[in-house]
Design a protein around this ligand. Structure first.
Ligand code: BT5
Length: 325
């Protein structure tokens, strides 16, 4: 976190700890080690960014409520992680957070940087498909990682992303399951899509982008007709509006937890979680419209094992899976 961001985060932490109470400018300025004029400037900037801090004449500042926005000082004031979110950037609109993250990573942006947007004009799925990304309702973000592992282990990061999202949703009481290789489903409908992209340089993994799109507050009517019967959102499932920021922070914290374990080589639990909350295993599936059989397992490298009707077991490392029953 930059020093500039640091001070804004601290202001918000203090005001939020004492929500509804007037905190004097003098006290805040002393804690932050800045002048009262400099403090005032920061407060007005935070107000411009959408945080409703009330200035009480000659008394100080009070935060009465916190809106559901994703600006860095607010997100960072709630986030408790080791690697993921060490730097966080938020944009009102981008073409695709994955494209932006890829460009930034290619220019050397550090591991752990998170890039989010309020909406995307060219949200991307796999194989050139589109990701429906309306404004102000959902989460669209990308994480830059530089794992010091061989490319063969990178598919485990897809597992890791879907596990983190699935765990966050299950903690909220939603019956989320992981559909191989990169989706999170609730009651047979897609709630989250994950697009992980890898760049290799000199035979080594240069960076990996984890791109996550989660439907949070879209209503059924908001979906285009082709998605209405196959997609869902947290608010549809829970019956109430959900704080995007709360879910975002929780997912980042879980990504961090699983990533730190991954780096230490502790991958068994990830595998167990992935298997236990799996939507694909044990089902009859059709892969890429041509290979039909039972999904019987997954390898440590994230490949799906299909037993076809003639008894042959086939490993699939990428593809689209339709569940037949
Ligand atoms: C995915 O692709 O599921 C990966 C989606 C990743 C989106 C995130 S958002 C942040 C980051 N920046 C990006 O530009 N992308 C990532 P795939 O498995 O190919 O699925 C795409 C298919 O999902 C589409 O063809 C639709 O059928 C369906 N779909 C599109 N938008 C959806 C949505 N919002 N909710 C549910 N399903 C959707």
């Amino acid at each position: 976190m930059s020093e500039l961001q640091d001070k804004d985060v601290l202001i918000l932490k203090i005001l939020r700890e004492r929500e509804g109470e007037v905190v004097s400018g003098e006290e805040l300025a002393i804690i932050l080690g800045i002048s009262r004029v400099a403090l005032r400037k920061r407060i007005y900037k935070l107000k411009e960014e959408g945080i409703p801090i009330k200035v009480v004449d000659r008394k100080g500042y009070v935060l009465e409520s916190v809106p559901d926005i994703l600006i860095p000082p607010l997100v960072l004031s709630e986030l408790n992680t080791e690697v993921i979110g060490t730097k966080y950037l938020f944009f009102e609109v981008v073409d695709s957070t994955n494209l932006l993250a890829k460009n930034m990573a290619a220019k050397g942006e550090a591991e752990g940087t998170v890039i989010a947007a309020d909406y995307q004009t060219k949200g991307r799925g796999r194989l050139g498909r589109k990701w429906f990304s309306p404004k102000g309702k959902n989460l669209y973000f990308s994480v830059i990682l530089r794992p010091p592992v061989s490319a063969a282990l990178v598919p485990q990061l897809t597992m890791l992303s879907s596990v983190a999202v699935c765990e966050a949703l299950r903690d909220m009481g939603v019956d989320a399951l992981i559909k191989w290789p990169n989706d999170v489903f609730v009651k047979g409908r897609k709630i989250c899509g994950i697009l992980n992209e890898m760049e290799i340089k000199g035979g080594k993994v240069d960076f990996v982008i984890l791109g996550i799109g989660l439907n949070v507050n879209v209503k059924e009517d908001d979906f285009p007709s082709d998605l209405r019967n196959i997609a869902t959102s947290l608010s549809i499932e829970l019956g109430y509006e959900v704080s995007r920021r709360e879910v975002f922070v929780r997912i980042l914290e879980l990504l961090d937890k699983w990533y730190v374990r991954f780096l230490k080589g502790e991958r068994k639990e990830l595998f167990y979680f992935w298997r236990e909350h799996n939507y694909t295993l044990g089902k009859r599936v059709l892969v890429d419209g041509k290979l039909e059989g039972f999904a019987i397992g997954v390898t440590p490298y994230g490949e799906l094992l299909i037993r076809s009707d003639d008894g042959e077991v086939v490993k699939v490392s990428a593809g689209d899976v339709d569940i037949i029953n």
